[in-house]
Write a protein that binds this ligand. Structure first.
Ligand code: NCD
Length: 304
């Protein structure tokens, strides 16, 4: 049984094969129109979501499969006190594959112990978000033609942003990648990830001002300050508008910069940037559907 709990569960060659399949699915979606006929995807979302849940559902529906699930913990028996393991074990009786999001770090890993269908982590607290990372890798590869030899700026909430954590783990495996970490001191990348970078000898630098470094980047990955992870509302209010990407700041960047964002955005990218051809976050959204089609296909193939 193959699950996807963190991005390093997939080898580099498996990722390459997945992205090849996703590119083909994006080019010819109708050719895959009944490849999952009769199969059921369950989406168990104990935490809110728009893109991740709907892209999973759209992915399965595009392949002729069906979907069931819930989009908040209140709507499930969790509200009666059922354990996560029991919920997963139950849902595995009704479905062929499960995508789950949970506010607790490590919850998906605990859930797979009793699951006899593939389980996909669709985000666990401030920890990991491997399917957003597959979306990001697909987007970077389509735009830049490669995943190596890139300078990647990550800006905003690097402490709680799970998409950042998974993306760094993924990109760390490609040669000649450099990370430029842009955050206020309070929202710096967790120590364990810094330690991993140092242990692997991967170059990184830390900055507080985006203007100082935007000119040197191939990718600028913007993130939202994660209000729901703060213990203290006053800290959130103080930090939430630290970074706002505007057309003026985009003037400092090179012509080949690509601006990404997992979305949802709050204030961190001005809508005036949306029409800049270097802003690719809505194309990134589109890729999320195809890469999840490819992932569902590969996990189901590996689990028969
Ligand atoms: C992200 C998430 O849920 O971690 N969104 C997403 O899945 N596209 C980022 C965020 O919520 O800020």
């Amino acid at each position: 049984m193959r699950h996807l709990i963190e991005i390093t569960d997939l080898s580099r060659s498996e990722i390459a094969a997945l992205l090849d399949l996703a590119d083909d699915m994006r080019a010819r979606p109708r050719d895959y129109g009944d490849t999952q006929k009769g199969r059921i995807l369950a989406t168990l979302f104990f935490e809110p979501s728009t893109r991740t849940r709907l892209s999973f559902e759209s992915a399965m529906l595009t392949m002729g499969g069906s979907v069931l699930g819930f989009s908040s913990a209140d709507a499930s028996s969790t509200s009666k006190g059922e354990s996560l393991q029991d919920t997963i074990r139950t849902v595995a009786c009704y479905s062929d594959i499960i995508a789950m999001r949970h506010p607790k770090e490590g919850a998906p890993l605990a859930a797979v112990q009793k699951a006899d269908v593939p389980v996909i982590n669709a985000g666990d607290g401030g920890h990991n978000h491997p399917t957003q990372t597959l979306t990001d890798l697909m987007t970077i590869r389509r735009e830049k033609g490669r995943l190596d030899s890139l300078t990647i700026g990550l800006c905003g909430d690097l402490k709680f942003g799970r998409t950042v954590h998974s993306l760094i783990q993924a990109m760390s495996r490609y040669p000649s990648v450099r990370f430029v970490l842009i955050s206020p001191p309070e929202l710096r990348l967790p120590d364990y990830l810094i330690q991993n970078l140092d242990d692997a000898g991967i170059p990184w630098e830390s900055h507080e001002r985006m203007e100082d470094v935007i000119g040197s980047l191939d990718i600028l990955y913007m993130t939202r300050v994660q209000r729901e992870r703060f213990f203290n509302e006053a800290d959130y209010v103080r930090l939430k508008d630290t970074y706002v990407l505007t057309p003026e700041k985009m003037r400092l960047a090179g012509p080949d910069l690509r601006v990404m964002h997992p979305l949802p955005r709050v204030n961190e990218i001005s809508p005036q940037v949306d029409d800049d051809p270097r802003a690719i976050y809505f194309d990134q959204v589109r890729n999320g559907r195809y890469v999840r089609m490819a992932l569902i296909t590969k996990l189901l193939e590996a689990s028969v």
